[in-house]
Write a new protein. Structure first.
Length: 294
């Protein structure tokens, strides 16, 4: 999941505030190696590994993050292996965090894994729509934009959450805003999507970033009405280009190769809804056929 790759500090926040886990005090977080290849040359790759360090650079905690779309009966056997290998490699405490899109999958993922008969038990920390916190405070949304983006689809009936999402987007790095925007739009139902799109057009929130101003048509020099229209067109073209780049980045980060005609279709696409759908699929697809199916 790109949220975790771009913002590793979100991982300990999820453990502490959503999963109720104790997280040691740390100075900064970095992404660690996810290649868990064994000596037998059988490859095991975790989705993400985040490493927390203290001020002296000592490792405090490694968090293995797995994106789990559905029940997989192999995972109770491979997850303990991930934990053991990361612990052996990094020589520090390890925690397994499983991110699930549905409550049903989350219920399965929370089941304790008996690693040793009558002995050691692995209890994964789990995040799903049923325990994502409500982010309905502007300052908190700006401080934790990735968590605010994740909260929006989970609490889309709460209009204050969508209101605060504007602040979260504004506080996000420029190269991620279009991706976050379209991720949210792809996850909202029709009613919440209409509210969100109308909210973006009303400009009640005072945007701080130049990109956001262009995205909703603010601040051009040709007069407010003309500027608003031109800004939307300019913002749309820029957003489409950024969505294409975001999709290609997701595919590259997940080592998914595109055929020539697939890459051509991506770069020629001018439908933001279609691009958003491809981006969401790319985050979890096993191969290119799953991205472009349907």
């Amino acid at each position: 999941m790109l949220f975790l790759q771009w913002a590793p500090d979100v991982v300990p926040t999820i453990l502490r505030e959503i999963c109720g886990m104790d997280v040691p005090e740390y100075h900064h977080a970095e992404l660690g190696c996810t290649d868990l290849t064994t000596i037998s040359l059988k490859t095991h790759k975790a989705d993400k590994v985040t490493v927390l360090y203290d001020e002296e650079g000592a490792k405090k905690l490694a968090v293995i993050t797995e994106i789990q779309l559905r029940q997989d009966d192999d995972k109770p056997y491979t997850w303990p292996l991930y934990v053991a290998q990361v612990r052996e490699r990094l020589r520090c405490p390890v925690r397994l965090l499983v991110v699930c899109p549905t409550a049903q999958t989350a219920g399965w993922a929370r089941s304790p894994i008996e690693v040793e008969a009558g002995g050691m038990v692995l209890r994964p920390a789990v995040m799903s729509p049923d325990n994502v916190p409500v982010i309905d405070d502007v300052e908190r949304a700006r401080a934790l934009p990735e968590l605010a983006v994740l909260a929006a689809p989970a609490h889309q009936d709460n209009r204050k959450v969508l209101d605060c999402l504007q602040a979260a987007l504004d506080a996000s790095p420029e190269d991620r805003r279009a991706f976050y925007y379209d991720y949210v739009v792809a996850k909202l139902d029709a009613e919440a999507r209409r509210y969100w799109e109308d909210l973006m057009k009303t400009m009640e929130y005072e945007w701080q970033s130049d990109f956001a101003k262009k995205y909703v048509g603010i601040g051009l020099e040709k007069g407010r009405e003309e500027g608003r229209e031109e800004g939307r067109e300019e913002g749309r073209a820029e957003a489409l280009a950024k969505m294409v780049t975001a999709l290609e980045d997701v595919l590259e980060s997940r080592r998914i190769e595109l055929a020539g005609e697939q890459r051509q279709a991506v770069r020629a696409c001018d439908d933001p809804d279609q691009l958003a759908q491809w981006i969401v699929r790319a985050a979890t697809a096993a191969d290119a056929s799953e991205v472009f199916s349907g």
